[in-house]
Structure formats: structure tokens, C-alpha cells
Design a protein around this ligand. Structure first.
Ligand SMILES: [Zn+2]
Length: 681
């Protein structure tokens, strides 16, 4: 869904950094505010002091029957209205005149809001029903919008030449953003990009892996193969699934992806960028490319001592389990870490848990025992947000979200949250299942929606987006971390307080490190690799695939489980965000940021030690401060917004290190005692 964002709505995209983050609120602010206030009055019944019950069904909030099915954008009408309005562009006789600049901006934003509403609507249709027809609708819309973006970009650039010296902060900020956008002058390129982008989504969503001895028995990634990677223990069966997916998906992605990024690169070059990497980085506003990359490098470097200890311990334990299957001093094979991409490792916890005498509560088991429905997972997450004074979900959320994988059509299962930008229409699409991963994911996606709601309520259209794309991803993760903390699970009645002792705490920290710390080198490599590719620093004939693995080994100590072929394979392409072309550093940032948010929230609650035992559920004071940050949207630079909430004006690895300090000490001692080597080169 990003192809047209990048190419067509490029003017908006400066303000909208995340896949699940393109949204705007078309209808009038007052109307919106009064609706929100009504919702607040109606549903904010949850009292902090009340004892917590397991069943969080807020049934009266679920009045999806009241949703008018026709209350959504009308593509044809919106396009027609825009066609008329485009003709009414204000006359510009002086680009230095701020009154004219404001008038032009008003005209521009009016049109661009409608276009973006149409975009997101068509995207939703496609993502939740992959058909030729829905794909064509996107391409057609891209072509309709192209002339507009070609018309406005040069004008925005001219205005910016003067507005960058303006004393008006907003004009300066808004035109600065608009001028850094891109557009395509070539309709054929627009068509091809749109088509290739859809083809990539299609391949990823429909690829299946068949049994070696039965070509009629084939499985999709979600839920079968993903689940298998989590629960299967047999080395060779895991390897079959891993190799099957990487061969089937990656090999097919390769010939489509390469021309696709060539076109994208060509497009940004035509717009004055060196390459796509530079274009992706600009949203962060951190100096030049080299400066930006050295900041990321330093963050990762700071965390590496912790990562290496974790890696050493995990490898040592897996080595005893899979004796003689791999070198116990080298990288870990990617297929035995409980995840198709070895990006998180916590699904292998049972086999490598530090203290088996203090097993962690099995959230999946509790959810099943308590007969949780998918709907209840969502109302439970909602209750966390409302307990700290954030928003309840809207009726349209309940009526229009895709909560489960449909059986009658192909969809993009990868979870995401949508701001339809129209009449409090917020949605998620997730192929939810009842297990611990989704328990967490549901909080994550709802975090996106809370962010949408907060800035849509408070900010004008141009500032209705995250402070940066890392913020978008960190909001729900922060709440999710509180939700799975021992302290919160005790409150939920999932966990018996008596079971929580020092061993339990180490197990818990270890489990979380398998998810959060293990992820950092992976997320780093995702864009490190693409940046090299975008800059033509990878010889695609001879090292397209081996370069990927060289980086995964260098930075993460993870290797391919089977021999790979540089002529055919494209293992990076077997990870969703590569074919779907979503920048990934946002997740790296988010994993640093969420610990900064978490630490700040605990501090506001008066907790400065043993941060892993802190839970801010029900704390409206902390929630209020948090909401203030959300409500700022992109109205200020992200360092300012971060500082306002945490007191820190930059990304700091110290917060995640603080959180895991007790585990780090433990790992060092334990690796030493067990004689586990550290490092892999
Ligand atoms: Zn997300």
C-alpha cells in the first residue's frame, strides 16, 4: 500500500510516516470534538479504584448496529469534487507573501485530505480482499491523483524558498515538509510502480509451502507456517518450513522486487534525492545521512554487550538440545529460534528458560482456560487504555475491523491499524488468534488507534501524524509491555502473586529480552541491507542473497539454516516489509523509544528501580501526560515532543539497558559458570 503513498500522495507523505498511519480527519473539528466528548461521557465508566474483573466486555460500547453502512467516502464523488476544487487554485503573484501562502495551503489541504481519504479507503478494500478489481482501483486512483501532485510540488517548493525564512513556525514547518516530497512525471512509471507493488503484496499473501512428499498438501504462512515455527521442536521439520517459505516466497519476490525498487529509486532521484535511502531518512530530521547512520550505529553498539550475552546463553542451551547440528561457537541457524525470520526468540522460551522451577504464566493457556473470545481480547486491551484516561474504541472500530482471517477470500494478514480519516472510522485488520502473541499485538495495534484519535482531536490536518514513525510503533508496545508485566497479570487474576520470586523475575526479563533485545540487530539489518541495495552497493547478480546473510551474521550472529543460492534466492524478500516496502528502522527506533516511554511513565508513578515490576494500569495522572504527548502529533519536532514527556531530547539506549540490568548481570555470571563462549566471529 505504500507504492502510491510514495509516488502519488508524496506531498502528504512528508507528514505521514507509517504504514498504519496515513489518516486525516476530514470532517469538521468541532463536530469531531463533540462526538469525542460524548463518547467520553458515555463510556468512561471505569474507575481506577474498582477491583479488576477478568471480563472486560464493555458491551454498550459495542453498538456496531448503529453504524450506518453508507457512512464512508464516496470515491467518485470525492474525485469529482476535487476536480472542481483544483480549478479554484488561488492566484499566486507573490511567493513571499504569507497571506497568499496560507490561502494556497488551505486550498491544497482541502484537496489532499479528500485524496488521502480515498487512498486509505481503497487500500483497506484491497488489503482485506485481494482481487484484481481492487488492485486496479488503486492504480486508477494513482493516475487520477498524479496531475495534482505534479501541479502542487513545484509551487510548494517555490513557497518554501521564502517560507524557510518566515517567523511563522507553522508555515516554515509545513512548507519545509511539503517541499521535501516527491512526485512522478511519468504516468507509465506510476502504473508500473502500482502494479509491481500490488504484485509483491499478492505473492507474499498467497504463497504456500507444500509437503515434500505430497504436493497437494500446502500451507500458507499465516497461520500454519508461523505457528509451526513457534511450536515445532524437530530440527528437520523446522528446516523444511523455513527453507520452504524462503524458497517459495523469496524466489518469487526477487524478479518483481528488483525492477520495483529501481523505479522507486529513479523517482526519488528525479526529485533531487541521492537515492531512496536518503528519502526514507529525511523524515527523522537527523542531520545528513552519515550523521543519521552513525547515531543508529552507536545505539546498536551500546546494546551489543547485552545482546551478545543473550546470544551466548541461547546458543549454549540450543546447542545441548540439538547436539552436533551446528557449531556452538558460531552463529545460530535462523530456523530454530521460534520465528520464521529469527527476529524474536521468545517462542523457544520453554526449551531455554533460565529457571524451570519458576515457569512463567502461560498466557495462551489461561486465555483458553478462561474461554476468552477474540472480541474479549480487544475489550481487555481497550480497558487498559481507558483505565489511564485514553479513548475507548468507536462503534465503527467494532463494526468494520477485520478481527479474524476470513475463509472466503485472500487478505493481507499482517496486522495493521487504519485511520480512515473520516467520521471516527478507525479499524484494525488482524488475523487474530487466541494466544500470548496476539494478546500483545492487540495492545500494539490499539496503541496506533489511540495515537490517531489523540492527534486527530487536537491537531489540524497537517500535523495529524506521529512525531516520527518510531513513535507510532512504540505507543502500543509500551502499553503492551505493561499489560504482560507480572504486576499486571496478577491484577488480571492470570497469575498468583505467590509464584513471583527472583527466579520468576529473571525468567520474565529473559523472555522479554528474547523479544525486545533479540529484535534490535534484526531490525537494524533490515534497512542497512536495503540502504546498500538502494545505493547500488550490492552486486545483485552475485551477492544479492549472501550479502543479506553476511549482515545478519555480522550484526546478529544468525545464519541461514541451509545452503543458499545467490542466483535464485532472495531471503530478505521472505519478510513482509521488504516486498511491501515499509521502512524498518521505525521498529528499531520504537524498540529504543518504548523503553524511554516506559521508564518515564514508571518515574511519573514514582518507580525508579526494578522497572520490570512496574504497572501503570489505572493511573490517570500518567495517562494524562502520555495523552499530552500523543495529542501533539507532529506539531513539533520529535525531539521536542520526546523531551516534553521524558525529559530526554534524543534516543537513548540507556533506558533499555536500565530495564534489563538485572538480567545482564545474571547472564554474565551464568555464561561464565556454564563455560558458554560469547561472540561468533
Ligand atoms: Zn504497528
Amino acid at each position: 500500500m505504500k507504492n502510491f503513498l510514495i509516488i502519488i500522495i508524496l506531498l502528504i507523505s512528508s507528514f505521514q510516516f507509517s504504514i498504519s498511519n496515513r489518516k486525516q480527519n476530514y470532517y469538521n473539528q468541532q463536530q469531531f470534538e463533540s462526538i469525542i466528548i460524548n463518547i467520553l461521557h458515555k463510556y468512561f465508566t471505569y474507575d481506577f479504584e474498582e477491583p479488576i474483573s477478568i471480563n472486560h466486555n464493555i458491551e454498550n460500547n459495542n453498538d456496531e448496529t448503529k453504524v450506518d453502512p453508507n457512512d464512508h467516502v464516496n470515491v467518485e464523488l470525492w474525485n469529482k469534487l476535487n476536480e472542481e476544487d483544483i480549478k479554484k487554485m488561488p492566484v499566486i503573484n507573490d511567493y513571499s507573501n504569507e497571506i497568499i501562502a496560507k490561502k494556497w495551503l488551505k486550498w491544497y489541504l482541502y484537496i489532499v485530505q479528500r485524496y488521502s481519504q480515498v487512498d486509505i479507503y481503497l487500500n483497506w478494500n484491497y488489503m482485506t480482499n485481494i482481487t484484481e478489481e481492487n488492485q486496479q482501483a488503486i492504480t486508477a486512483q494513482n493516475l487520477i491523483q498524479s496531475p495534482f501532485s505534479r501541479l502542487v510540488l513545484p509551487i510548494a517548493k517555490k513557497f518554501n524558498e521564502y517560507m524557510k525564512y518566515s517567523e511563522n513556525y507553522d508555515l516554515k514547518r509545513i512548507f519545509g515538509g511539503l517541499a521535501s516530497s516527491t512526485t512522478s512525471n511519468n504516468d507509465d512509471d506510476v502504473k508500473r510502480i502500482s502494479k509491481l507493488g500490488s504484485q509483491l503484496e499478492d505473492i507474499y499473501s498467497t504463497t504456500k509451502v507444500c509437503e515434500l512428499n505430497n504436493k497437494k498438501k500446502c500451507y500458507a504462512l499465516a497461520p500454519y507456517l508461523e505457528r509451526l515455527m513457534q511450536i515445532e521442536k524437530d530440527y528437520d521439520r523446522l528446516l523444511w518450513a523455513w527453507k520452504g517459505w524462503h524458497d517459495e516466497c523469496g524466489n518469487k519476490i526477487r524478479p518483481v522486487y528488483l525492477p520495483y525498487i529501481d523505479l522507486l529509486n529513479k523517482n526519488v532521484k528525479e526529485n533531487g534525492y541521492h537515492d531512496l535511502a536518503q528519502y526514507w531518512i529525511k523524515g527523522y530530521g537527523i542531520g545528513n545521512v552519515t550523521g543519521f547512520e552513525s547515531i543508529i550505529d552507536q545505539l546498536l553498539k551500546n546494546i551489543m554487550p547485552l545482546y551478545e550475552q543473550l546470544h551466548a546463553y541461547v546458543r549454549g542451551r540450543l546447542c545441548s538440545k540439538y547436539e552436533n547440528r551446528f557449531d556452538c561457537n558460531g552463529p545460530i541457524p535462523a530456523h530454530i529460534l521460534g520465528n520464521m525470520w529469527a527476529q524474536t526468540w521468545h517462542d523457544r522460551l520453554d526449551d531455554i528458560i533460565p529457571y524451570p522451577d519458576a515457569p512463567l504464566i502461560n498466557i495462551t493457556k489461561v486465555l483458553i482456560e478462561k474461554k476468552f473470545s477474540i472480541h474479549q481480547l480487544y475489550t481487555m486491551a481497550e480497558s487498559f487504555f481507558t483505565s489511564i484516561g485514553l479513548y475507548p474504541m468507536t462503534p465503527k472500530f467494532w463494526a468494520r475491523s477485520m478481527f479474524e482471517k476470513p475463509t472466503d477470500r485472500n487478505v493481507v494478514c499482517h496486522g495493521s491499524a487504519f485511520n480512515m480519516g473520516y467520521h471516527d472510522d478507525y479499524r484494525v485488520k488482524i488475523c487474530t488468534e487466541i494466544n500470548d502473541d496476539y494478546f500483545y499485538t492487540v495492545h500494539h495495534e490499539m496503541g496506533h488507534i489511540e495515537y490517531y484519535m489523540a492527534y486527530s482531536e487536537k491537531q489540524p490536518f497537517v500535523y495529524q501524524s506521529g512525531a516520527n514513525s518510531g513513535f507510532n510503533e512504540a505507543i502500543g508496545d509500551t502499553i503492551g509491555m505493561f499489560a504482560i508485566s507480572p504486576a499486571h497479570l496478577i491484577k488480571l487474576g492470570f497469575l498468583d502473586e505467590e509464584n513471583v520470586n527472583l527466579h520468576y523475575e529473571i525468567n520474565y526479563l529473559f523472555r522479554l529480552a528474547l523479544e525486545k533485545v533479540a529484535f534490535l540487530p534484526f531490525s537494524y539489518v533490515m534497512d542497512k541491507y536495503r540502504f546498500l541495495l538502494f545505493r547500488n552497493e550490492i552486486d545483485v547478480e552475485h551477492e544479492l542473497n549472501s550479502k543479506w546473510w553476511a549482515l545478519r551474521i555480522e550484526y546478529g550472529g544468525i545464519m541461514a539454516g541451509a545452503p543458499r543460492n545467490d542466483k535464485k534466492n532472495f531471503d530478505a524478500g521472505a519478510k513482509y516489509h521488504i516486498p511491501s516496502n515499509v521502512p524498518y528502522l521505525r521498529y528499531f527506533f520504537a524498540h529504543i523509544l518504548q523503553f524511554q516511554f516506559h521508564r518515564a511513565m514508571c518515574r511519573l508513578q514514582g518507580v525508579t528501580k526494578r522497572l520490570h515490576m512496574c504497572d501503570i494500569y489505572g493511573n490517570k495522572y500518567v495517562g494524562e501526560k502520555f495523552k499530552e504527548m500523543l495529542a501533539m502529533g507532529a506539531s513539533k519536532s520529535w525531539p521536542e515532543i520526546l523531551e516534553n514527556f521524558t525529559g530526554e531530547n534524543k534516543l537513548e539506549s540507556q533506558a533499555i539497558l536500565d530495564f534489563f540490568q538485572p538480567l545482564y548481570n545474571w547472564l554474565k555470571m551464568e555464561n561464565l559458570a556454564r563455560g558458554y563462549p560469547v561472540g561468533w566471529m
